[in-house]
Design a binder for this molecule. Sequence first.
Ligand SMILES: C[S@@+](CC[C@H](N)C(=O)[O-])C[C@H]1O[C@@H](n2cnc3c(N)ncnc32)[C@H](O)[C@@H]1O
Length: 347
Amino acid sequence: MTQSNEPIAGGPQRHVPVMLNEVLSALKPASGQRFVDGTFGAGGYSSAILTAGSSVLAIDRDPNAIRDGQTLARQSDGHLKLVQGEFSNLDKIAIEHGYENPDGVVLDVGVSSMQIDEAERGFSFQKDGPLDMRMSQEGVSAADVVNQARQQDLTRIIGILGEEKKASRVSGAIVKARESGTIQSTTELAKIVESGLGGRKGDRIHPATRTFQALRIFVNRELEQLGAALFAAERLLKTGGRLVVVTFHSLEDRIVKLFFRDRAGTTGGSRHLPEQHQKSASFDLEGKGYQKVSAAEAEVNPRARSAKLRWGLRTENDCRPEDYSIFGFPRLATLESIAGGGNVSQH
Ligand SMILES: C[S@@+](CC[C@H](N)C(=O)[O-])C[C@H]1O[C@@H](n2cnc3c(N)ncnc32)[C@H](O)[C@@H]1O
C-alpha cells in the first residue's frame, strides 16, 4: 500500500494522532511511569501519555516539530523533555537524558500533516514547492537525487521504495527532462512522472504518488532508521517494557513484523521451538501482536487508512545481536554516492 503525501483540502492543519486509543491500550501508560516517544510530531501521543500521569522523553528529527512543541513542554511541569535527533539513536539519546530502562517506547513512523501540508517542505505534488522532502532539513534533498542519480539507480529507488511497476519509464522521463535543465519543483516532477507513465488512465491515485513515496523514503533513509530504532528500543527497554510501532505502508510494516518475528522467536510457531530458542526471545507478543486501523477512523481520517500497529513486551532475556539481514533491505545507491556524483551501490 502506498502512503499518500496528498494534502487535506482546506490547507495546513494540526496532525491528528493515528490509532491513539489502540496505541494507549498497547502502551498502557500509568502514573509515575517513563516513556520515550521517538516521533513527537504534533505531540498527540506525548500529550496523551502525559495525561495518564507519565513522563515523556520525545524525539523528532524535524526542528519545526521541536520548536512547536516548546509550549507543551513548558506546560508539562518538567514531565516532557524534547530533543531533536533521529530515532535510530533513541537509546543513546534516552540514556543521555536520564531515560534508561523506560516503561515503553512508541514510534509513529512517517510524515506529519504539517510536513505534508507546507508547500516549502516539498513532500507533496499537490502544491508547488521546492523538491526537498528532508524531515531534518539538512543533507541530500529530493532535488539532489532526481537531478544527480544515475538512471539505473533511480529505476531501483522508484521501483523498490515506491513499488512502481513502470519505474524505468519514470526514470527515463526524468533523465530526458534533465537534459533541458534542473528539475526544481514538486509540480514539475509530478508532470514529468505523469508524462513518463503516459497520463492518468483512470488511476485511483495520482501517477506520481509512488515516485514521491520512493524519494521521501530514500532521502530520509526511512527503512534503515526504522530497523535501527527497533534494535535501539530492544537495548533500552526495561523487562516488561512495551515497544509500540505504528506504520503506514507495507515496506515499513514488513520491517516491524520481521523484527518481532525474529525477536519473539515465533518463526515456525513458538510452542514447538527448541527450549533454547524460546528462552532467548527478547520480546513477547500479546495476542496476534498487531492491529489494523478501524474502518471508522479510516473514514474520518483518510491519512490513517493504511495504518497498522504492532507491539511487543520486552522479556528478561539479553538482547539478541543486531542483525540487519533479518530485514532483507534492498541494495540501492547510497545518498552519499549520489550527492558526491559517485556510483557506489550498497545498503
Ligand atoms: C506521523 S508523525 C508523528 C505524529 C505524532 N505521533 C502525533 O501524534 O502528533 C511522524 C514524526 O516523526 C518524525 N520522524 C520521522 N522519522 C524520524 C526519525 N528517523 N527520527 C526522528 N523523528 C522522525 C517526523 O519528523 C514527524 O514529525
